[in-house]
Write a protein that binds this ligand. Sequence first.
Ligand code: BEZ
Ligand code: FE
Length: 288
Amino acid sequence: MSLITSPESILHIALDAMDRTADPRLRTLISSLTKHLHEFILENQLSESEFERALQFIVGLGQATGKNTNEVVLAADILGLSSLVSTMNNLDASGASFAALLGPFWRANAPICAWGDDISRTNLGGQAMEVRGCILDESGKPISGATVDVWQSSPLGFYENQDQSQDEMNLRGRFETNAEGKFFFKTIRPAGYPVPTNGPCGELLRAQDRHPNRPAHIHFMISKSGYKVLITQVFDGTDENLLSDPVFGVSEHLVGSFTRDAVTGVCHLIHNFVLQSGEMRFPAPPIP
Ligand code: BEZ
Ligand code: FE
């Protein structure tokens, strides 16, 4: 190891020290990250107080993470990193992605439901909604027996675990596609909602003059053995925040047609999804 001769020399010394990392992927990733961070600090001539503030921000993310919220995931979301990872890793042959970020509110083990069940288990008022769709493989063939795990906010914009007035697992459910690859469930129309703003991420959004309001959406996690797990969201195409999602989740394929029937008052959504062949691997739940 050589001695430091200038600010720039520290990077080379640090990279040399990391060279013995046995795992080649870990070596590549940490070395690359280190290089970009050194370049960022040099390029912006980071002051000592700015560096301290950045470290405090990261400590704050951990401290604000708890049973019902994951501020670390939220930080990745509001920087566009979660959307980048999910979009980049789920491109189809034409370069399109049906995937979107997981978000902090997915819970494993949502109730198993039957065809047409209503996932609205607490009476919250709001607009009745019916959601239908078909799960297809890349050649357009329907996939039967796929699990369609759905979760959404209430008409007031709260997930069940953020809201004492909702029953456990309200507005969450797992459905199975039928022989034609189709699913169908009833629910209530979700509202848009602000991402949590009481932690360091909220402070950053305010400093950047960005609003925290996500456009209304329903989350889907679709799985079947032999296919990559598709994690995605379908957005209400009429929402005023469609083009200013604070977590950058809205891509072309994910704008849904939430259509209210003038006679019955029921809102309908029909949306199909394509699964890619691959390993079925579930994410770690951001909250228990
Ligand atoms: C969500 O869609 O549930 C979500 C995503 C990112 C941040 C907060 C919430
Ligand atoms: Fe959400």
